[in-house]
Design a binder for this molecule. Structure first.
Ligand code: AMP
Ligand code: MG
Length: 385
């Protein structure tokens, strides 16, 4: 890797009007990269069939090349089928067992456009850089109208990982992209806050070693395993054990440490309201927060004041608390998770010994599972170097 490319000036944040979309498409046609909104998080888009554009995505994000990209496709006029992905030079489904071909078609019909990524056998034309040399390619049809407008204007598939530096919190607003990559890319299309707020569900359709006949959930997201099972009539297997082992990842989302704020994050064992003062004190000390330290407290549900007051009284720390949803609604929690993590991280980053505490999310199917997954990765010990 040649290191992140410096842009001569700061990224232009543009409205996604026809002029903005056509400026973005022009940059993409020249082999450049731009940030675009999707319904999950903002993506850093580049031509999926152009190796220099793919290399630029990896350089810009400082993403290791063993971490494959998701290729985004246009919705088009007619409902899309698996065979259309073959015609688009992306997927070669000939070797897929027919129940899995039927499952892929059922999932496409049911969930696209939307936050579901399918990992399918790739056609030879897909550059190895997009798939990290894997024989499979990850494909998704985003539901965001701006992403769709850009795909239409560009006229081909776009590889687009989240528009953040590798391992950091995914951006859910144009401002967050500016903070992450503003000095490295020419253009950000501003489509407002992302509706879902966490990355897509990633599902292997017969592409995981040793599981060629199976659907395997590689990354939990808004679309649950149960919804996939209902749509296909097939069982969904859980992801394999993984971690920060280096080497090819079956799914980048499987890296144990990911989505990390700069300030260390500690997951609480339960809701703050149920924490005994002595346990809160012990947890704070264990995380390195001594009396007088400034700490962040991220609550799943409000009200904020009683929890903040109790946590401050128990630990002796100065507490900056925020709630992800007034009533603990999981769609709201997912929608605001990365934005609030980012805001607290920014507020505390200049403090010595700052720690961010977060309530755990019950891993209920779908969004609960996705939120719990992102929180545990944000709190995981980080590899150095
Ligand atoms: P990001 O683009 O940063 O949201 O992450 C990319 C996601 O794409 C990862 O979590 C992977 O699960 C997935 N991915 C991309 N290509 C493949 C592939 N060929 N096999 C398995 N997972 C993939
Ligand atoms: Mg990412």
């Amino acid at each position: 890797m040649s290191g992140p490319p410096a842009s001569p000036s700061r990224a232009r944040v543009r409205l996604p009007d026809p002029a903005g979309i056509s400026a973005a498409a022009e940059i993409l046609r020249g082999g450049g990269v731009v940030a675009m909104p999707t319904e999950t998080v903002y993506g850093l888009a580049g031509d999926a069939f152009h190796e220099p554009a793919l290399a630029r995505i990896f350089d810009t994000k400082e993403r290791p090349t063993f971490d494959p990209l998701i290729v985004h496709v246009a919705a088009g006029a007619a409902p899309l089928r698996l065979a259309d992905l073959d015609a688009a030079r992306l997927v070669d489904a000939t070797g897929l067992p027919s129940p899995l071909r039927a499952a892929a078609d059922a999932l496409i019909a049911r969930f696209w456009p939307g936050p579901l990524t399918l990992v399918l056998p790739k056609r030879d034309e897909v550059p190895d850089l997009a798939t990290s040399g894997l024989p499979s390619v990850a494909v998704r049809m985003p539901a965001h109208p701006v992403a769709q407008a850009l795909l239409d204007a560009f006229g081909g598939p776009l590889a687009a990982p989240s528009a953040n530096r590798f391992g950091r919190i995914s951006p859910t607003s144009a401002e967050a992209v500016l903070e992450e990559l503003g000095d490295r890319i020419p253009l950000i299309l501003d489509g407002g806050r992302c509706a879902v707020g966490v990355e897509s569900t990633v599902l292997s359709v017969g592409q995981l070693a040793g599981q060629q006949g199976a659907l395997v959930l590689l990354r939990p997201g808004a679309i649950s395993a149960a919804a996939i099972e209902a749509a296909t009539g097939l069982a969904v297997a859980p992801p394999p054990e993984s971690g920060n082992r280096g080497g090819p990842q079956v799914a980048p989302g499987l890296l144990a440490s990911h989505y990390a704020p700069r300030v260390p994050l500690a997951l609480l064992p339960g809701p703050v309201a149920q924490l005994a003062p002595a346990s809160a004190r012990a947890l704070a000390r264990e995380a390195g927060a001594t009396p007088g330290a400034v700490v962040g407290l991220l609550l799943l549900a409000g009200p904020v004041e009683p929890a903040a007051t109790a946590f401050a009284a128990a630990t002796g720390c100065e507490v900056h608390a925020r709630a992800l949803s007034a009533a603990g609604d999981l769609a709201e929690v997912a929608h605001s998770l990365f934005a609030e993590l980012r805001a607290l991280d920014r507020a505390l980053a200049h403090q010595d010994e700052a720690v961010l505490f977060c309530e755990p999310c019950p891993p209920s199917p779908g969004l609960g599972h996705a939120i719990a997954d992102r929180l545990s990765r944000a709190a995981a010990p980080r590899p150095r170097g």
